[in-house]
Design a protein around this ligand. Structure first.
Ligand SMILES: C[S@@+](CC[C@H](N)C(=O)[O-])C[C@H]1O[C@@H](n2cnc3c(N)ncnc32)[C@H](O)[C@@H]1O
Ligand code: SF4
Length: 378
C-alpha cells in the first residue's frame, strides 16, 4: 500500500505567513496539468507496483484546478497505478473556490475528503493574514460541502497569531466545533523566511503572543476538542473516530509515497527525493522526459532520526521494541538514555513499551526531537 501526493503550485495571491512553493500566475495551469500527467507516467514504477491507498492534492491551492483538470490527473493515475477501491482522495481547498457545482463535480470524480483552509473565523485575522476569503465564505463552504454529501471534512486553523487573545481563539475553536466537521488541523504560526509576516516581524509590526499565551491556546484547543469527542492523534491534528487522515498517518507509519509536482517529496524506504521548487524548470525538464529532482540515500542514522520524528509526533508514540527490531539495540539504548530527562520533566510519558509526548511536550516537540537525533558517525 502506498500514497501519491500532488503539489499544485498556484495561489490567487500569497498569504502573509506562507512559504509553501506556489506562484500567483494562473496562465501556466493548463501546461502544468499536462506536465504532471507526464510525470505520473514517468514515475509509474517508483512505488514498485504497490497499490495506491491515498491520493492527496496539496498546495498551493488545488481547488484552483477545474473539474476537467482534476479528472485528467485522476484518470492518468488510474491508468498507471492500481488505486484501491477503499481509497482516500483528499483535496486541499480554499473556501472561495467551493461552489455547489464544483463540489458536485469533484465528488463524482471520487474526491472523498476535503481539507478546507479557513485559518480563522475572525474577519480581522483573515485580513491581517491576507486571505482571499471572508468568514461568511468559510461558513458557506463548509455548509455547501456537507450538503453535497462530503462527510470527511477537515478545517485548517492557525493559532499563535498576532493579537490573538485567548477569547478570540476560544471563539474560533467553538465555531469550528459547531460545524459538525470530522477533522481539525490547527498549526501554531511559524514566522517563515521571505514572507510578509517576517518583514513585519523584523520591523516590530507584529504583536505576537508570548510563549505562555501560545501554550494556553494550545491547551485550550486540546481540551475543547477532547470534550467534543476528537482524538488528538498528532501534534497538530484532531479527528473524530474513524476520520484520522489516512494519507498523513501513512507518512508517520513509514509507508512509501510518491510526490509529484514542483517541490514535492517522495520516499521509498531507502531514499528520499524532492523535485525542484521552480515551476519553469519543472515544466521544461519534464518536457524533455526527465524529472528535475535531487535525492539522498538514507544512512542508518538518518533512518533512526526519521523514525523518531515520525513516531513521536503521534498519539501512539515511539515503540521501543519496534525501534530495537528495526535499528538494533544500540539505537534503542541511545533513545532510552536521552528519554530519561524528558520523562523526569513530564514532557514524555511511558506506557509499556511506548514513549509518548505529553501535551506540554508536544508544544515544544521540535526541541525535544532534535535532542534525540543521532548524528555521530560510527
Ligand atoms: C500550504 S497550505 C495549503 C492549503 C490551502 N492553500 C490553504 O491556504 O488553505 C496548508 C496549511 O498550512 C498552514 N500553514 C501554512 N503556512 C503556515 C505558517 N507559517 N504557520 C502556520 N501554519 C501555516 C495553513 O493552515 C494552511 O492551511
Ligand atoms: S496558505 Fe494556501 S493560499 Fe495562502 S499562500 Fe499558502 S498555499 Fe497559498
Amino acid at each position: 500500500m502506498a500514497g501519491i501526493y500532488l503539489h499544485i503550485p498556484f495561489c490567487k495571491r500569497k498569504c502573509a505567513y506562507c512559504d509553501f512553493y506556489s506562484i500567483a500566475n494562473t496562465k501556466f495551469i493548463e501546461n502544468f496539468v499536462e506536465t504532471i500527467c507526464k510525470e505520473i507516467e514517468i514515475q509509474k514504477f517508483y512505488l514498485d507496483k504497490e497499490n495506491i491507498q491515498t491520493i492527496y492534492f496539496g498546495g498551493g491551492t488545488p481547488s484552483m484546478l477545474n473539474e476537467r483538470q482534476i479528472e485528467k490527473i485522476l484518470n492518468t493515475i488510474n491508468k498507471h497505478f492500481t488505486v484501491e477501491k477503499n481509497n482516500e482522495i483528499t483535496l486541499e481547498a480554499n473556501p472561495d473556490d467551493l461552489s455547489e457545482k464544483y463540489l458536485k463535480s469533484i465528488k463524482k470524480l471520487g474526491v472523498n475528503r476535503l481539507s478546507i483552509g479557513i485559518q480563522s473565523f475572525n474577519e480581522d485575522d483573515l485580513l491581517l493574514m491576507k486571505r482571499k476569503h471572508s468568514v461568511n465564505q468559510a461558513n458557506k463552504a463548509v455548509k455547501e460541502s456537507q450538503e453535497q454529501g462530503f462527510n470527511n471534512i477537515s478545517v485548517d486553523l492557525i493559532y499563535g497569531l498576532p493579537d490573538l487573545t485567548i477569547k478570540k481563539w476560544e471563539e474560533n475553536i467553538d465555531k469550528a466545533l459547531s460545524l459538525n466537521i470530522q477533522h481539525i488541523s490547527a498549526y501554531h504560526l511559524t514566522i517563515e523566511p521571505n514572507t510578509l509576516f517576517q518583514k513585519m516581524y523584523k520591523n516590530e509590526k507584529l504583536n505576537l503572543p508570548i510563549e505562555e499565551e501560545s501554550l494556553d491556546q494550545f491547551k485550550m484547543l486540546i481540551d475543547k476538542t477532547a470534550k467534543n469527542g476528537f482524538l488528538h492523534y498528532e501534534i497538530s491534528n484532531f479527528a473524530i473516530d474513524g476520520s484520522i487522515s489516512l494519507h498523513n498517518a501513512n507518512y508517520w507509519m513509514g509507508v512509501k509515497y510518491l510526490g509529484l509536482g514542483p517541490s514535492a517529496h517522495s520516499y521509498n524506504l531507502t531514499s528520499r527525493q524532492w523535485n525542484i521548487s521552480n515551476l519553469h524548470e519543472y515544466l521544461d525538464t519534464i518536457s524533455k522526459g526527465k524529472i528535475p529532482f535531487e535525492t539522498e540515500i538514507l544512512t542508518k542514522n538518518e533512518k533512526y532520526n526519521d523514525f523518531v520524528i515520525t513516531s513521536l509526533r503521534t498519539m501512539w508514540g515511539l515503540n521501543t521494541e519496534k525501534l530495537k527490531r528495526k535499528m538494533g539495540e544500540k539505537y534503542e539504548k541511545y533513545f532510552l538514555e536521552k528519554a530519561k530527562k524528558f520523562l523526569d520533566k513530564n514532557l514524555l510519558i511511558q506506557s509499556e513499551n511506548n514513549i509518548i509526548l505529553t501535551d506540554k511536550g508536544m508544544f515544544i516537540s521540535d526541541n525535544i526531537m532534535q535532542d534525540f537525533f543521532y548524528d555521530k558517525i560510527d
